[in-house]
Design a protein around this ligand. Structure first.
Ligand code: THU
Length: 129
């Protein structure tokens, strides 16, 4: 799948977001090393802390289907600046694929690509244990 196609999937997933509290939809599309793509959206809750981000929705879907090796993730938001993943999502990405790429889109559909290690330097992972 091209980067453009992956980004389009993330953009489309914003339509699935359940965001009655923040009104800030986020979509994600996660590409695995075998080419399989899992999508996700944010799912909010009246108990705010029970909200799950779009990125972790996609990752949990992938892991629960037997996929743990990720190449890249596209994240789409309607923000002016690029929609970067929160700290918890960075940490969950680090658990499975420290070398993955993170493609962040803004509301204009422009993208900026980061290495996960740039976003989470000195990240804690299984090698510490
Ligand atoms: N959110 C995500 O889904 N991913 C991000 O990268 C940033 C934040 C969600 C959580 C919440 O539903 C809303 O955006 C506002 O924080």
């Amino acid at each position: 799948m091209t980067k453009q196609e992956l980004c389009q999937k993330a953009i489309k997933m914003m339509d699935m977001a359940y965001v009655p509290y923040s009104h800030f939809p986020v979509g994600a599309a996660l590409e695995c090393s075998d080419g399989t793509v899992f999508t996700g959206c944010n799912v909010e809750n009246a108990a705010y802390g029970s909200t799950i981000c779009a990125e972790r929705t996609a990752i949990v879907k992938a892991v629960s289907e037997g996929h743990r090796d990720f190449v890249r993730i596209a994240i789409a938001g309607k923000s002016r600046d690029f929609c970067v993943p929160c700290g918890s999502c960075r940490q969950v990405m680090m658990e499975f694929s420290p070398e993955m790429e993170v493609i962040c889109l803004n509301g204009a559909g422009e993208s900026k690509t980061f290495a996960l290690r740039e976003l989470l330097p000195y990240g804690f992972d299984h090698t510490w244990l």
